[in-house]
Ligand binder design. Structure first.
Ligand code: UDP
Ligand code: MG
Length: 320
């Protein structure tokens, strides 16, 4: 061990988690103190509309606590990015504020880092508690993302992670605004270790990821990590065109050789509707990508911090 103790940052995104915060802060303070003498908890208040601000005001002088209050709700991925931008530790933990990620597993993750892993993430042992549509949806999403992609995004990985300083730096260097963190972790690489865990039940409140939010995240992930949808439509287009040419030839030949009149209206209308439907879908898919490109080009910041509390004693080291 060198002269400095290993410093630890712990990033926690929190959106309307007022009821969970006291317990979370108490547990983290205890756990981090057991691991090192130099640590900071970076709580990112993602524009909460409950009494998060009031609750956190009670922790103004809590040693080691850093709070970033966003100016509005920017979403979990933005909150994670803000935490990582601010983190100064040699290692950085990421975990949810609802205590679904058992704090008791942190020493095991830390040990894995000491043994050489640069990134440690936890994988849910089973997903029996989730509705079928969620499980099948995520299976399909990850199949699509991973199909023909140079990096494989593990499917059951959670956002409960430990990152080495170098991984944090690599993530910070990625400029994109549409962030699908699970994909980015896989994209940056590094020596990575997966550990199994069983998520606890949410302490208070309910999940913020409803169908619509999940759908949004899924589209971000898919467009950011795969060009497959675009390519699939070109292949599909070619096949249909080939089919249409074949059918055209058949109808023409039947007319001239067999003297059969061309069958009428129904075929035309059905064909017209099929093809215009397909064209609209492909325009939609193109638009999905174009929208992301537009977001990137605008270069807006990923989040805006309104107010902050900073009681961290972890110093930024010039050599890291
Ligand atoms: N979260 C956030 N911003 C949001 C939604 C969620 O920072 O817009 C935080 C939330 O407070 C929690 C974590 O992200 O700490 C995971 O959210 P949640 O527990 O609702 O999701 P689930 O456990 O169902 O994946
Ligand atoms: Mg949760």
């Amino acid at each position: 061990m060198n002269e400095h103790p290993v410093s630890i940052s712990c990033v926690v995104p929190a959106y309307n988690e007022a009821a969970n915060l006291p317990r979370l802060i108490a547990q983290l303070t205890e756990q981090l103190s057991a691991l090192s003498t130099a640590w900071e908890i970076i709580l990112v208040d993602d524009g909460s509309s409950d009494d998060t601000r009031a609750v956190l005001a009670g922790y103004q002088t809590h040693p080691g606590l850093v709070v970033l209050h966003f100016s509005r709700n920017f979403g979990k991925e933005a909150a994670l990015s803000a935490g990582l931008d601010r983190a100064r530790g040699d290692v950085c933990f990421l975990l949810d504020a609802d205590l679904q990620h058992p704090v008791a597993l942190m020493p095991r993750m830390f040990q894995a880092w000491q043994e050489g892993a640069q990134m440690v993430y936890l994988v849910r042992e089973n997903r029996d508690d989730e509705p079928v549509w969620k499980r099948w949806g995520s299976l399909l999403l990850y199949r699509l993302i991973n199909f023909g992609s140079p990096v494989q995004v593990p499917e059951d990985a959670s956002d409960f992670r430990l990152l080495d300083r170098r991984v944090v730096r690599a993530l910070q260097a990625l400029p994109e605004r549409n962030r699908f963190m699970k994909g980015l972790y896989a994209w940056v690489g590094f020596r990575t270790l997966a550990l199994p865990y069983t998520p606890a039940a949410r302490l208070h409140g309910k999940s913020h990821f409803s169908g619509r939010r999940l759908m949004n995240l899924a589209l971000t992930g898919l467009t950011a990590f795969s060009n497959m949808p675009l390519r699939l439509w070109s292949i599909f287009g070619f096949l249909l065109a080939a089919l249409a040419i074949g059918y055209g030839a058949y109808v023409t030949l039947a007319y001239f050789i067999d003297q059969r009149p061309v069958a009428g209206w129904t075929t035309i209308v059905a064909g017209l509707m099929l093809f215009s439907g397909i064209q609209l879908i492909s325009v939609g898919i193109l638009g999905e990508y174009l929208g992301r490109v537009y977001d990137e080009v605008k270069q807006r910041p990923r989040y805006i911090v309104d107010e902050q509390i900073d009681n961290s004693s972890v110093a930024r080291r010039p050599d890291r």
